[in-house]
Design a protein around this ligand. Structure first.
Ligand code: ADP
Ligand code: ZN
Length: 350
């Protein structure tokens, strides 16, 4: 098992990564939630079928708190205010106090909504993330971004709220559908470009059961390094948006029929083309990044013209009033944030 401590102004959260550590959630959770007398495990319908009973059994063995659970229909569509209010109402009905806690057991959707419920129930209670998807393990569960979607846009309602712990059992990936695994790989390629080094090396050699723990650890560490310097995205946390400007636009144009990680991989491809065109990277580096995307078969091949995508870039949540912070690839392990007007960005990627 590997651990990382994420230190922010509000708290220290510990990230645990290891094979079969679902068996240890009782020890970890009660060490991190010493005052909790009630715990609400939030999960989705798919994850509930596979892991809920086991998780509850392990938590109950400690005999430290009453364990309750609530599950919602799997999928991004459930990241809405109704499910959020179901969680809040369940906690209220069960008379949860500020010492009690939530646990998210599931992918990024579950983590975001549980985190937001924890951030707002009685103005904030503790929670723990148990990510079960690759995307959630390397990205969504770390860094304290929580929220729900509304019809007008994704994550438009949210809060920064750090979990007490993140516990990732690599074995859970064994039941993750292939498409969801690939979805996580889209974000993984982002880390490979931001960091270079061993993340890139592992992806080049081939990600497998033997190196997945190291790999998730390295990606998580990469995110922790950034979040510790800039928790609320005032500056360098924006680096984590590499590929996301076009990615978000593509998700929106497709009415969210394209998965987030796939759209991000497409966005990265646009940025790497642009970097080559603008002579910011060498032909070698261009080929290296492109071959990673091809090797893992992520991305959709981008079926939308830039003219179709650009209006959605204006409306992206990350857009500022006077332009956008663009993450520019200057080499593998060398990305920079550059403020551009919409016109400049349009020119840059053309
Ligand atoms: P993401 O994690 O990509 O942000 P979700 O939380 O919606 O998005 O998870 C993606 C899908 O994978 C959901 O249908 C979820 O139920 C399913 N899922 C997550 N983890 C597992 C797992 N370990 N085994 C099987 N299905 C899983
Ligand atoms: Zn992302």
């Amino acid at each position: 098992m590997k651990t990382i401590t994420l230190k922010t102004e509000s708290k220290n959260s510990t990230i645990y990564i290891g094979k079969s550590i679902l068996n240890n959630i009782g020890d970890i959770c009660f060490e991190k939630l010493p005052k909790a007398k009630k715990i609400l495990v939030v999960t989705d319908s798919n994850v509930a079928k596979i892991y809920l009973e086991k998780a509850i059994k392990i938590l109950k063995e400690k005999d430290k708190a009453n364990i309750y659970s609530i599950s919602f229909e799997a999928g991004e569509k459930s990241k809405n205010l109704n499910v959020y209010s179901d969680i809040i109402k369940a906690a209220a009905m069960l008379q949860f106090t500020r010492d009690d806690a939530f646990i998210s057991l599931g992918g990024g959707v579950c983590g975001d909504i549980t985190g937001f419920a924890a951030a707002t129930y009685m103005r904030g209670i503790k929670y723990i993330q148990i990510p079960t998807s690759l995307l959630a393990a390397i990205d969504a569960s770390i860094g304290g971004k929580t929220g729900v979607d509304i019809k007008e846009g994704k994550n438009l309602i949210g809060a920064f709220w750090q979990p007490e712990a993140v516990i990732f059992d690599t074995e859970t990936l064994k039941t993750l559908p292939e498409m969801e695994y690939k979805n996580g790989l889209g974000e993984a390629i982002k880390y490979a470009i931001l960091d270079g080094g061993d993340i890139c090396k592992i992806l080049k050699t081939g990600l497998d059961e033997n190196n997945i723990e190291d790999f998730v650890y390295l990606c998580a560490q990469s995110k922790v390094n950034i979040v510790e310097k800039d928790e609320k995205e005032g500056s360098i946390r924006a680096l984590l948006n590499l590929g996301h400007t076009i990615g978000h636009a593509e998700e929106a144009v497709s009415e969210y029929s394209i998965q987030h990680g796939m759209a991000v991989a497409d966005g990265i491809l646009v940025m790497v083309h642009a970097a080559k065109k603008n002579k910011e990277i060498t032909e070698e580096e261009y080929k290296e990044i492109k071959s990673l995307i091809e090797k893992y078969d992520v991305g959709t091949g981008i079926n939308f013209s830039l003219d179709t995508l650009m209006p959605f870039v204006f409306h992206d949540k990350k857009a500022k009033n006077d332009g956008i912070n663009v993450v520019v690839i200057k080499g593998i392990g060398k990305c920079e944030i550059k403020k551009m007007s919409f016109e400049e960005f349009g020119e840059y990627i053309k």
